[in-house]
Each structure stands twice: as structure tokens, then as C-alpha cells.
Ligand binder design. Structure first.
Ligand code: NAP
Length: 353
């Protein structure tokens, strides 16, 4: 068996960073080598620098006394780097690691829409990893940056990919109901969140609209040609802790029946399942039959938060087909997504060791 590969977590003290620490503490391929955060935290022990906010203390117990280091390649280099940095910090720090030879798997929005950066969901567009060669040649880096999309988009495209492949999507309306953990910690003030709906999340709607068509697009030469889908997103913050829900209507080519749509969703399997990647759920899309499912409280933790749930597939009098989608914003939409991206890159032989 191959020795585990050392990995770094940038932003290890934050909401997403803690999810990385919990996932990587027991990962069969990766070994947590460096915990890095801002200068406020570096030099402190992990327990001093970070208030552990996840349920379960086992991964945290193993890291409590470890020193947090600064986010520089000199202090924290590893061949695989997971970034849970804010976008501003990511824009400066992630290229430093890529230049030094690391493959950086980023949650931040800083580089997602750059033409030579793969925006990746392994079940949706694994072929976009072709852009790594373009990125390295253009930027002169030994390493590279791979991004996962915004959490709402990651969950949405997971349900759209089989429909795009089987039928083709012409138009899409999505209204999200997003968990408060999507705003980091402390995030939304409790007086705004409790018993309330906030009908605005800064920057979110354009991200969903742009990232969706990049993810469903095709690599043409040195960039992605976006999918020709008209997309309109409306994003809302609701009083749910974990799990983004989305009400979706789509116009599909050929106006397939509800039964045909259900069959395509139910049978969907992709490269992560074929390769049996450690973080890949056996069933990437779980199709629910009960009229009141999926629900965040009942369904979102299944498969370590890595499966996406679809329910209420039915006819839409406006666009033809509508359904409800649920996924875990911090796992399928963030830490788990990056770890699965790294597993795919490693399985495809793209990590320089
Ligand atoms: P967070 O809880 O605020 O954590 C931010 C992390 O970045 C902390 O570890 C912080 O370290 C570190 N940091 C901040 N400024 C830094 C700097 N100048 N240099 C080095 N480290 C710095 O945020 P989060 O919710 O985990 O989000 C992290 C990233 O993931 C963001 O880009 C976010 O957009 C993205 N994302 C979040 C979600 C979600 O559902 N929450 C989903 C998808 C993507 P200190 O503790 O030392 O300050």
C-alpha cells in the first residue's frame, strides 16, 4: 500500500477548515501535515487558535496540541494543499503554493472564473482537469489551482449534470434556501436568522448563474465554452444550520416525461463511483419518493454529507419539469468537494509526488 500523502489545510481554524481537519484526520490516502491560518493564529496551538465548532471531538483531540503555522510555502508546503481561505487571502496565498509546486484545491471564489482554472465537480466535469496543462504553461507554475464551485452551485449542478447529458437543458430557474453555516462563523446575526428569511446573499446569485454554465460547458482549446443555458437564480438565507435546499425548474430539450427524468436521475453514476474514490458516495443522487422529502434535518448528513438529494420531480406548467434538491453546503459544497477533487486528480495521475 502507498504511504499516505502529506497535505496542508490553509484556513484550518475556520468553519470549512475544521471540516477539512475532520475529514483528513482519518483519510486513507492523505495525511494532515500542516495546519495553517492567519497571523492571528500562527504560533499558537490549534486548541488556542480555534474554537472547535463541529460535533464530535475525535479529530480535534488529535490536533489540539499541534502548532498552527503561517500560510506560506516556507512554513506549510505539501504536494496537496486544501484552501479554506477567504477570497482576499486566497488571491495572494494560493498562487504562492502553486508556484512552489503544490496542487491547490480551493474553496474560495478568487480564481473560479479564470479561463485556465478548472472549476470542478468530479461527477459533473472531470474532463475540465485538462486545463491544468494550460494553466501551468501560461503561468509558469510547477503546481496549479483547482477550484470547487460555490456551495449552492455545487449542489445544483450535481442534479443538472445527468439531465444536461441525457436531454440538454435550455433554461433554468432556481430559488435557494441556504443554511446559516454557509456564511462562516459567527456568520448571520441570530436576530436576523432566527424565525426569519433574508432574501439577499451578497454576490451569490451572479456566482450561481456564471459558475453553472462554466461547469456544464466544454473545454475548447485553452478555455471552457459555457453551456448555452439561460439561468436565473434567486438566493435566500433561512434558519437552517446545515444544508442548502433549492427549488428548480428546467426546460429540457425534447420535453421528456417525468418518468424519463426520474429514470435518468436515479441511474446516474459517474467517474468517482467507477473509480470508487474514498469520498465518493455510492449513489451520488438519492431520489426520494416521499412527497415531503428530502429535508435538511432528516437527509443532509447521509454519506458524510456527500450525496445530493432530489425529490418532488413533477411537471412544471412554465418550463416543463421541476424538482427539489438538497445538499450539505459544508461537505458536498466545500470541504468534501475539495477532498473529492484531490482524490480524482490523484487517481488520474495529476499530482506530482
Ligand atoms: P471562516 O470561518 O471565516 O474562516 C476563514 C479562515 O481563513 C480562518 O482559518 C482564518 O484564520 C483564515 N484567514 C483569514 N484571513 C487570512 C489571512 N489574511 N491569511 C491567512 N489566513 C487567513 O470562513 P469559512 O466559512 O470557513 O469559508 C472559507 C472559504 O470557503 C471562503 O472563501 C468561503 O467563501 C468558502 N466557502 C464557504 C462555504 C460555507 O458553506 N461556509 C461553502 C463553500 C465555500 P484565523 O482563524 O487565523 O483568522
Amino acid at each position: 500500500m502507498r504511504a499516505r500523502i502529506p497535505v496542508t489545510v490553509l484556513g484550518a481554524t475556520g468553519v470549512v477548515g475544521q471540516r477539512f481537519v475532520a475529514r483528513l484526520a482519518t483519510h486513507p490516502w492523505f495525511e494532515l501535515a500542516h495546519l495553517a491560518a492567519s497571523e492571528r493564529s500562527s504560533g499558537k496551538s490549534y486548541s488556542e487558535a480555534c474554537a472547535w465548532r463541529m460535533g464530535g471531538t475525535a479529530p480535534y483531540a488529535g490536533c489540539k496540541s499541534r502548532a498552527v503555522v503561517e500560510c506560506s510555502p516556507q512554513a506549510a508546503f505539501a504536494p496537496i494543499v486544501f484552501s479554506a481561505l477567504d477570497a482576499g487571502a486566497a488571491r495572494k496565498i494560493e498562487p504562492e503554493f502553486a508556484r512552489a509546486g503544490a496542487l491547490v484545491f480551493s474553496n474560495a471564489s478568487a480564481f473560479r472564473m479564470e479561463a485556465d482554472v478548472p472549476l470542478l465537480v468530479p461527477e459533473v466535469n472531470p474532463e475540465h482537469l485538462e486545463l491544468l496543462a494550460v494553466q501551468r504553461a501560461r503561468r509558469g507554475w510547477r503546481g496549479a489551482i483547482v477550484c470547487n464551485p460555490n456551495c449552492t452551485t455545487a449542489i445544483l449542478v450535481s442534479a443538472l449534470a445527468p439531465l444536461e447529458r441525457a436531454f440538454g437543458i435550455e433554461a433554468l430557474l432556481v430559488a435557494s434556501m441556504q443554511a446559516v453555516s454557509g456564511a462562516g462563523y459567527p456568520g448571520v446575526a441570530s436576530l436576523d436568522a432566527l424565525g426569519n428569511v433574508v432574501p439577499f446573499i451578497r454576490g451569490e446569485e451572479p456566482k450561481v448563474e456564471e459558475e453553472t454554465v462554466k461547469l456544464l460547458g466544454r473545454v475548447r482549446g485553452a478555455a471552457v465554452e459555457p453551456a448555452a443555458i439561460a439561468v436565473s437564480a434567486q438566493c435566500h438565507r433561512v434558519a437552517v444550520v446545515d444544508g442548502h435546499s433549492e427549488a428548480v425548474s428546467v426546460r429540457l430539450r425534447g420535453a421528456p416525461s417525468v418518468a424519463a427524468v426520474r429514470e435518468v436521475l436515479e441511474q446516474w453514476r459517474a467517474e468517482p463511483q467507477e473509480r470508487q474514490l474514498p469520498s465518493a458516495p455510492a449513489t451520488p443522487l438519492v431520489l426520494h419518493d416521499a412527497e415531503d422529502r428530502p429535508q435538511p434535518r432528516l437527509d443532509v448528513e447521509r454519506d458524510g454529507g456527500m450525496s445530493v438529494h432530489v425529490g418532488r420531480v413533477r411537471a412544471c406548467p412554465v418550463l416543463g419539469c421541476k424538482f427539489f434538491v438538497l445538499g450539505h453546503n459544508l461537505e458536498r459544497g466545500a470541504a468534501g468537494a475539495s477532498v473529492l477533487n484531490a482524490e480524482l486528480a490523484l487517481a488520474r495521475g495529476l499530482v506530482a509526488l
